[in-house]
Design a protein around this ligand. Structure first.
Ligand code: NAP
Length: 382
């Protein structure tokens, strides 16, 4: 962890919490739990903790007591109304979480009460209790903490599929990873290290370069003060074999131009849309105007591949996702990958959690937990 970010950051290293109490009852006797709700598009203040009525799981669903949730870059875009997969507010965001199965709906056979699971969904997981289709839950690898399990699905599935399924990464190749110290970036570095002699170029803010070097990035580049494409060419005049592009706009064209013959560009994000707390029409126009476009004939002459990836559009691909997760499970068991937790924030501090990511301070994954961890509360009391 780079700075001293979160009051609750120490929880990343803390042992797993004991299963929490059941939700308290509302005035009319019905059980209630706390949920984070996006009340409208805009700044950090649009997210509020609100009570929600707890219901039992429907047929085919499991009810999960949530211990940790992942914050993703898309959640920052969604808060500003720039992520079309989130239903309109008021809505509970949250695409990934980890917790314990507390009840089974009719017809659920492959999960048991007490199972520790990771959950993936389009939205709605930033709550103390969630009811989700059983097929959207995946057993946590043995020995994994809830924080790690909440950090794994989106970042590692994405990194795995773009590097290996689209990128076809092989020994002795070179990769340019943007946002290298972030969630997907950290996962991509660890996965590159599972292949022999891969040279990693990584862009990130300068304060993160020592961490990048120690995690295996041969050439960290400060994209904020220099032209990263020029820097790559100084070291490797022919360019690189694979560029992972989470930025969009003019950076996608730069990525294409940096590819060696037979190189692959995988575009999977539009981080350039985010310039401040609220939606920027200028950034939107600039990104749209500079959008990379190429036709099949031009591709043919260049000997390059362009791929687009969006995990959110694979919501029905449970078998595909399950297969990737089982490969990730193996890599975790062998000690080859390990989610890096930047900081852990209680639901009440979701604004600070978002600020941590949006102000470019995070190194690894930002995690939300329903309550402030107990150890930390004790420290604060003293
Ligand atoms: N297509 C998919 O299925 C999929 C799935 C997951 C993630 N993604 C994409 O992958 C990228 C990384 O996502 P993540 O969740 O792992 O986030 P992340 O990398 O942890 O994001 C935060 C970091 O991004 C860097 N950054 C670059 N441009 C930024 C900007 N305009 N505003 C704020 N920070 C910026 C900052 O670090 P530095 O300044 O140090 O670089 C910041 O610390 C995002 O573009 C996301 O949308 C796509």
């Amino acid at each position: 962890m780079s700075a001293a970010p979160a009051p609750a950051a120490a929880a990343a290293a803390a042992p797993e919490p004991a299963p929490g109490p059941e939700p308290p009852a509302a005035a009319d006797g019905a059980a209630e739990h706390r949920a984070l709700v996006l009340t409208g598009f805009g700044g950090y203040e649009k997210l509020k903790v609100q009570p929600r009525r707890s219901t039992g799981p429907g047929p085919g669903e499991v009810s999960v007591r949530v211990h940790a949730c992942g914050l993703n870059f898309a959640d920052l875009l969604a808060r500003q109304g720039l992520y079309e997969r989130l239903p309109p507010p008021p809505v509970c965001p949250g695409m990934e979480c980890a917790g314990v199965v507390r009840a089974l709906g009719d017809g659920v056979q492959d999960r048991q009460v007490g199972d520790k699971v990771m959950v993936l969904a389009k939205s709605g997981l930033w709550q103390e209790v969630v009811n989700v289709p059983a097929r959207q839950t995946f057993l946590m690898p043995a020995g994994m903490s809830f924080e790690e399990a909440a950090a794994l699905p989106v970042n590692y599935i994405t990194a795995y599929m773009i590097l290996f399924d689209f990128g076809n990464l092989r020994p002795n190749q070179s990769v340019l990873i943007h946002m290298a110290a972030g969630g997907v970036g950290t996962a991509a570095i660890q996965l590159c290290k599972t292949v022999e002699n891969v040279t990693i170029f990584g862009t990130a803010s300068a304060s993160k370069h020592d961490v990048l070097r120690s995690s295996g990035v041969a050439h960290p580049i400060d994209y904020r003060t220099m032209d990263y494409a020029e820097e790559v060419r100084k070291i490797s005049p022919k360019g690189v074999d694979i560029v992972l592009d989470p930025l969009g706009g003019s950076d996608t064209s730069k990525a294409f131009n940096l590819l060696k013959p037979m190189g692959k560009l995988i575009t999977y994000g539009v981080a350039n849309l985010l310039t401040g707390q609220k939606k920027s029409l200028v950034a939107m126009a600039k990104t749209w105007w500079n959008q990379f476009s190429i036709n099949a004939l031009q591709l043919l002459h260049h000997n390059k591949a362009v791929c687009g990836y969006d995990l959110g559009s694979m919501e029905e691909e449970f078998e595909l996702i399950g297969r990737v997760l089982s490969k990730l499970d193996n890599l975790y068991s062998q000690g080859k990958i390990k989610p890096k937790i930047d900081s852990v924030w209680p639901f009440d501090q979701v604004a600070d959690a978002m600020r941590q990511m949006q102000e470019k301070k995070n190194v690894g994954k930002v995690i939300l937990v329903p309550e402030a961890p107990k150890e930390e509360s004790k420290k604060e009391e003293n």
